[in-house]
Design a protein around this ligand. Sequence first.
Ligand SMILES: O=c1ccn([C@@H]2O[C@H](COP(=O)(O)O)[C@@H](O)[C@H]2O)c(=O)[nH]1
Length: 530
Amino acid sequence: MKNCVSFLISHSTCAATSGLPLLLRILRTMGQYKERLNALVVKLHEINVLKFGDYKMKIGVNSPVYFDLRIIVSYPKVLAELSDLICEFAKTSLENCDHVCGVPYAALSIATLVAVGSDKSMLVRRKEAKDYGTKRMVEGCYKPGDSCIIVEDVVTSGLSILETVGDLQREGLNVTESIVVVDREQGGSEHLASQGLKMRSLVSLTEIMHILHDAGKVDEATVIKVKKYLSESRVSIPADRVPAPLAAKKTTDERLRMTFEARAEKATNTMSARLLRLMASKQSTLCVAADLSSTDQVLQLANTVGPYICIFKTHVDALNDFSHKFVKELQELAKTHNFLIMEDRKFGDIGHTVGLQYVAGNFHIADWADLVTVHALPGPGIMDGLVSCLETHQSGLRDRACFIVAEMSSKDTLTTPAYRTEALKLAETRADFVAGVVSQSATGISSIGLIQLTPGVRIPVAQNGAQTNGSSGSDGLGQQYNSPHHVVLERGADVAVVGRGITEAANSAEAAELYRDVLWKAYQQRVGEA
Ligand SMILES: O=c1ccn([C@@H]2O[C@H](COP(=O)(O)O)[C@@H](O)[C@H]2O)c(=O)[nH]1
């Protein structure tokens, strides 16, 4: 019945456009489909894909029924019929996805024919990474954000599907659904659902037993034996076998629902805890980017927006009159208005060099910037370089921290999903110095205390002057903007960076107050306080 409803949904559009009365046409198509499915099940039994006896399963238990869909490749007509039925069954889902990926190896032949039958691109997940060439785990032409449907032969626990989904997600693909031939009804669909994955099966083990019994292929005793086995043999997946991106997704979701106060309690980095508390007490998640060229302009802006912000972000190498008097005054304003100073230096060299750039040079950044930004590109050595300088520096590690740039906001950024994953790993392992990450999304950020800083934020103004909630254009030089609402609720931003949205406003104080309020309301909605 469940599958008839799926089938009905898939076919309602084509039925609606035909000349026949709608219901009659749907029922006829459904009847034909059901007849073909029954015949296929009988055929699968005939060719020994479906076996009854006493079988030792991969998961350790014995089963009175076993499916070996691997041998279907030796029966091309049966393989073609099965794939055709999947194309019918999942018509709408297949129309709306970008790719089809079979779980290796048994489902590969089925997925290939489904991809051909539905004119969709196919992806192949490798079971082992190559140690030469591209070293990719997923072969095929795709880009991050593309959607993909999984095709699997038989589902018991769902672990094989989860492993495939894990690899696809690591490549930035968005897995929307899994279509399986047989659901053994031993917990697979529930496990997948608990990881946010929808699963639909062509036929369940119970349905197979009914079809074969009605066709006189199995006796009543076998039906009862299988039924008893099903009621006694639920299969579980140990938490440590759930692939990382999926496990991380659960933690990320929990993290996003927590208040800043609660997260501060769990934060292992001192500056992260301090900033989270500051955000909560000041009710502000706004970071203003002071991309200006004179120190007077910067100080005036800091004084104007100070009451509404948690971070004041500078690019001191863009100033034409930098002085140490300037940083002293900026620090005074930070004390008066209670905000942190972030120098958006985006360090990106080897450890030794960045150490010098941090504590020495013209700017002596470590003397006055509470926070700095750092690229992950050079690898862990960059952290060692910065941290070793701080160990002998007057401010010490307790009062200084960095944000790792995991992903940039600009169009066609080279911070690919794979790069981002590695940058996040670096952030998670260096809680001694890392307070947060610069990122456009929360995916994969699992440490509760890690703060997500998201630049590229601007309130969109509609043609008629009314505000809208959508994404909000670009600056013609690669910067891409999203609305405050969108970055907090859809992308998981904790702190939103706003530059020209405030510095170019007619009244910077009013603009900062507006951004602060809109961002705070979105945060409250996210944690369920609104
Ligand atoms: O990915 C990134 C990282 C940093 N930035 C910085 O944020 C501000 C954005 O200014 P707007 O005027 O709001 O565009 C700017 O200081 C950048 O250096 C970023 O935009 N994207």
